[in-house]
Design a protein around this ligand. Structure first.
Ligand SMILES: Nc1ncnc2c1ncn2[C@@H]1O[C@H](COP(=O)(O)OP(=O)(O)O)[C@@H](O)[C@H]1O
Ligand SMILES: O=P(O)(O)O[C@H]1O[C@H](CO)[C@@H](O[C@H]2O[C@H](CO)[C@@H](O)[C@H](O)[C@H]2O)[C@H](O)[C@H]1O
Length: 505
């Protein structure tokens, strides 16, 4: 496959001229990447062979010759390569299917002569030929010295080759914060610096405004305290030959640094632990409803809203129906319920045909309990204007095209995502705590109404359609990723296929 688009070497701020491509760099890494990339949780093309790679951009953030005088790496030489690499795959797994230039991934590669034992889990492999012959390549984010280079680039607003770092200079960003890689399951990769900031590096990179930067920036400018405000971000401007887009260079968002909410509990873990202890979660659910409504109100104020009439709702319903059909193809257990589920979508189309309209606005797009962080209670007590719950991860469903993720949508979609999450928590118990789910779902809607003045339950048709769409998505997700969990969304499928009443009762 084709070799480099751009290759640059620099470590200091200020615009840097792009150096010519390093011949053979990708060719020498290709055997290692073929083996390593498909094993990463964030690799989106699982199940289809990787036919090859092309280099979109290469930047040397630390010379791969390393720094012999670097005491923090124990005197060892460590280099840091930032690569944007496109994986070429057939669209379908069948033999002989045509290979397409596929997704572009952000890779941060450490390069050393030998890997010290504490970095062994980060090993990608040993390079046998080309410009890195004889070196060991590893996942750089495991190496504090290399993770520090990223923070320093953000802090100094470095411009290195195609990479651009920018920051909100009103926020203090100290140097030398000790980095630690987040090891929990993620769609991207995050590094926490000194329990003060967290840097999320997007793994699958697409041209255009990433909502995970766009929406938190918008909310922070609107002084909405429910979202950690971006402190710095890294982007790359890539031309048509590299980015694969139009005639002009397009911005690709590579990473966002935010304040780290130390000691915060994620909503999923908190709900499960309170549920297990028999503790009442309705107060938290109500507060979550209020937080969601605050975020929605701020987004509606700051960004355009639109009215969805019959044609738009018909196309929304077509999308839901198509997803249901594709899901039923993929997961046979869904098939007996398909016609019952379709009634949820048809009922929405019928309302639109009668002349009902809905308001659409920018929303979170992938809201569930795991995207909500609860500040520790003692922080709440000291907090002047917010505390409680924060929402994170505004990227939307990463598998959907960016344009679709950035489209205005009814707020009911986010609400339905949270209602599904309460149901998930309740069904993770044996026997399921169905009453727990009902009261939490009701409390969440009441909290939402406290702030917005509109209770989501007053539009049961829209809510049921979105809840059904999400449950169908979850069936496919669980069948693919966690087959042991399939019974959780299937319980909802059973309910939604037969229930025509309000989703929260
Ligand atoms: N600002 C933050 N403060 C504390 N923890 C955070 C923060 N942002 C993210 N996290 C933690 O990192 C995890 C992954 O973040 P997330 O944005 O959901 O990444 P991904 O898109 O890769 O799933 C979250 O589940 C949460 O535990
Ligand atoms: O990792 P993402 O935030 O992109 O979301 C994916 O994984 C989620 C599971 O981690 C999955 O969420 C489903 O399971 C959750 C419990 O683990 C539950 O709270 C959610 O309501 C349920 O949808 C999500 O669907 C998937 O996109």
């Amino acid at each position: 496959m084709s070799e480099a688009a751009t290759h640059s070497t620099a470590t200091s701020p200020g615009p840097q001229p792009a150096a010519p491509p390093t011949p053979g760099l990708l060719t020498s890494l290709e055997p290692l990447l073929r083996e390593w990339l498909p094993r990463q949780r964030w690799f989106a093309g699982k199940g289809r062979p990787v036919a090859g790679f092309s280099l979109v951009a290469a930047t040397e953030l630390l010379p791969v010759g390393g720094r012999p005088d670097d005491s923090r790496s124990g005197g060892a030489k460590a280099g840091l390569l930032h690569l944007l690499v496109r994986a070429h795959q057939p669209l379908v797994p069948s033999q002989g299917a045509p290979v397409q230039p596929g997704d572009c991934y952000q890779l941060l590669l450490g390069v050393r002569e030998t890997l010290p034992p504490h970095l062994a889990p980060a090993l990608i492999g040993h390079v046998t030929d080309g410009p890195l012959a004889g070196r060991t390549v590893y996942e750089a984010l495991h190496d504090p010295r290399l993770a520090d280079v990223l923070l320093e680039a953000l802090r100094t607003q470095a411009r290195i080759g195609d990479l651009r770092c920018a920051r909100d200079t009103r926020l203090a960003l100290p140097e030398g914060l000790v980095p630690r890689l987040v090891t929990s399951e993620q769609s991207n990769s995050s590094v926490v610096y000194g329990d003060t900031f967290i840097l999320k590096l997007f793994r699958r990179v697409v041209p255009g405004a990433n909502p995970d930067l766009e929406l938190p920036l918008t909310l922070s400018r609107a002084q909405c305290p429910r979202v950690p405000a971006p402190a710095a971000w890294m982007t790359a401007d890539l031309g048509p030959a590299t980015g694969g887009g139009g005639a002009d260079p397009e911005t690709h968002v590579l990473g966002v640094l935010q304040p780290y909410l130390k000691g915060a509990a994620d909503g999923w873990e908190l709900a499960l632990s309170m549920l297990a202890k028999g503790e009442d979660f309705t107060g938290e659910a109500r507060a979550l409803g209020r937080a969601t409504a605050e975020v929605h109100a701020a987004l509606a104020e700051a960004l355009p809203t639109v009215t969805l009439g019959r044609p738009q709702v018909e196309s929304l319903v077509d999308g839901m129906t198509e997803r249901l059909e594709a899901a039923a193809q993929a997961v046979p257990a869904l098939r007996p319920y398909a016609s019952g589920l379709r009634t949820a979508f048809d009922a929405l189309a019928d309302l639109a045909a009668e002349g009902h309209t809905w308001t659409a606005q920018r929303i979170h797009g992938d809201l569930h309990l795991g995207q909500c962080l609860r500040s520790p209670i003692e922080v709440d007590a000291r907090h002047s204007g917010g505390g409680e719950w924060s929402l994170i991860d505004f990227e939307g469903e990463p598998s959907k095209p960016l344009a679709e993720r950035r489209m205005p949508q009814p707020v009911a979609r986010d609400v339905a995502g949270m209602l599904r999450s309460f149901d998930y928590a309740a069904h993770s118990l044996r026997p399921p705590a169905a009453d727990w789910a009902s009261v939490c779902r009701a409390a969440y809607c009441s909290g939402y109404a406290d702030v917005s003045g509109a209770d989501p339950r007053t539009d049961p048709v829209l809510l049921r359609a979105y809840e059904t769409d999400k449950a169908v998505y979850e069936v496919v997700y669980e069948a693919r990723h966690r087959p042991d969990w399939l019974s959780v969304p299937m319980a909802a499928i059973h309910r939604l296929a037969t229930d025509t009443g309000p989703a929260t009762t």
